[in-house]
Design a protein around this ligand. Sequence first.
Ligand code: KIV
Length: 281
Amino acid sequence: MPANSSSKGEYLMASRSKVTLTQLQAMKEQRQPITMVTTYDYTAALLADRAGIDMFLVGDSLGNVMLGYPSTVPVTMEEMIHHTRAVMRANPAALVVTDMPFLSYETSVSEAVYNAGRLLKEGGAEAVKLEGGRAMTPMVRAITDAGIPVMGHLGLTPQSAVQLGGYRVQGRDKAAAQKMIDDAQALVEAGVFSLVLECVPTSLARTITEQLPVPTIGIGAGPDCDGQVLVYHDLLGLYDRFKPKFVKRYANLAEDIVKALEQYRDEVRQRKFPGEEYSFR
Ligand code: KIV
């Protein structure tokens, strides 16, 4: 059953209860698609929660779309905590996962546990996500042993995009595909509760999804994952400088916003705004 539905399949907007890891696992088992979207601020979290999204990702993609960095590499722990706190102030029913930024977990197990803990203690996150395969399993195990749920991320891992040869589909040849399957299994053994698959051929994502006991969440990984995630700004057409092939735009907010701002500009210049109804007698 979807995390937000009654047994009759009706959507329960008003009484949405907190989405739990157990519910997400049950959704995989019952083949109910899981919805996830990135959120980086209070207003977006209010709206996405009203829409009944199951999971929010405070993604380090905030470096690109909120902070204007050229990649996710410069994003800091302080920035991730700041944005997670803003999202948590919306008190969402969605389960909130925060990305561990580059170099906050790769250097040692103790750094990884400490920084994951900060995202929970200072940011209010409910789970963390980190990128990478087998090499990251000691960190995943230690963080989960500390009581913090961990989501994995395989395929195109943006923090190491340069090493991967750019922002391209991963796991196309047989050896790379097998490595991704092995990495996915190693992450599950280390304790991940879910796994993001980014820019992965549909058939490979399907194989991984069928083999893993935990939910896979795809982005550019075809329709057979247990759930889907998109960047908020991409799906709403808020960030329109670049559109990856896997992004479907459900709105064109950038255009709408510019049009509204132009109209405001013109009305102020023409002294049409503020009229009587927006002024005090
Ligand atoms: O930071 C992010 O937005 C992500 C998604 C692409 C999964 O990691």
